[in-house]
Design a protein around this ligand. Structure first.
Ligand SMILES: [Zn+2]
Ligand SMILES: [Zn+2]
Length: 312
């Protein structure tokens, strides 16, 4: 069975698009399923450039209702209608999401025939399933604007079955092996009892992706990122602009790195980069984070990051 898990960073900029960086949106791909985090203006074309089949995106996780994160949703929804989508689509975001989409629907007068579910969040924390992921959502600290960060966790995988040893022990192919994989003891026809630990390796923990934007450094972000494989975190500003970051409800790259360090994340992806910075400034943004947390990336738009399986 395939074990693919990757992220394609469709747009890595903030607030308004620049030539180099589009507005924030990313796709998580696990085998054949896709989840979109935020849907900014320009997302549809970037999905095409990344060769992602839009009809296979089953869930959109919307962090908050600022325009740079949601202005692509109506276009995506209506294009899917024109493309005769039949797969269900679920959009999850803060209170106000339904009103926003209803207003545009009323004004534009479009109809949707495929199953479209819009779920709003208002509590400080929510937990739900999205496809094969367990998702935790927590309210972050974005200058008074309700804004959620997300932690997506794969299911744990059963340990590897040692077929060579099973053959040597004379365990028949069939229900006995299935029972061992489920963690049950098996009594063979000759009276021997076989315990799962004799043949099945330890459970392999599922991988974890945390997506935290837009936010000041906060406890909720550390909780969401706890021991994650990949943390995508607000790094709108360099450390020189710490005051501005605080006033606007964002973080600097140095603050992002300290969150990654505190949460014991494996890798940090700097995200939501201000369009005020040129390439030289961005180098500084990256250096400031790496000085605190070396395993940091400043990605380009359309970059894909593949997560390695976790060892047991
Ligand atoms: Zn933003
Ligand atoms: Zn915002």
């Amino acid at each position: 069975m395939s074990d693919h898990l990757s992220l394609t960073l469709l747009g890595t900029g903030a607030s308004l698009p620049s030539k180099r960086r589009g507005l924030p949106s990313l796709v998580i791909r696990k085998d054949g399923e896709y989840i979109l985090c935020d849907c900014s203006e320009g997302t549809q074309q970037r999905i095409m450039h990344a060769n992602i089949p839009p009809s296979r995106i089953h869930t959109m996780l919307i962090s908050h209702l600022h325009g740079d994160h949601i202005f692509g949703i109506p276009g995506f929804i209506t294009s899917q209608q024109m493309a005769s989508r039949s797969n269900p689509l679920r959009i999850i975001g803060p209170t106000g999401l339904q009103k926003y989409l209803q207003l545009i629907k009323d004004i534009s007068g479009y109809g949707i025939d495929y199953p479209l579910e819009i779920d709003e969040m208002s509590a400080a924390s929510h937990e739900f399933k999205a496809g094969s992921f367990y998702v935790a959502a927590r309210q972050l600290d974005h200058h008074g604007q309700p804004c959620y960060g997300f932690r997506l966790q794969e299911k744990d995988k059963p340990g590897k079955f040692n077929s060579r040893k099973a053959d040597a022990l004379g365990i028949p192919h069939g229900p006995e092996r299935a029972a061992l994989l489920r963690g049950e003891n098996v009594v063979l026809s000759d009276g021997r009892t076989i315990e799962p630990a004799m043949l099945v390796g330890p459970t392999r923990p599922g991988r974890i992706i945390a997506y935290c934007t837009d936010t000041r450094p906060c406890k909720a972000a550390v909780e969401l990122a706890q021991e994650c494989d990949l943390l995508v975190y607000d790094s709108t500003f360099t450390d020189e602009h710490t005051e501005l970051a605080n006033e606007s409800g964002h973080s600097t790259s140095g603050q992002a790195a300290r969150i990654a360090l505190e949460a014991d994340a494996k890798q940090l992806v700097l995200w939501h980069i201000s369009p005020r910075y040129d390439e030289e400034d961005e180098l500084l943004l990256l250096q400031q984070a790496k000085g605190v947390f070396p395993s940091t990336l400043l990605p380009d738009d359309l970059q894909t990051l593949t997560l390695q399986p976790r060892s047991a």
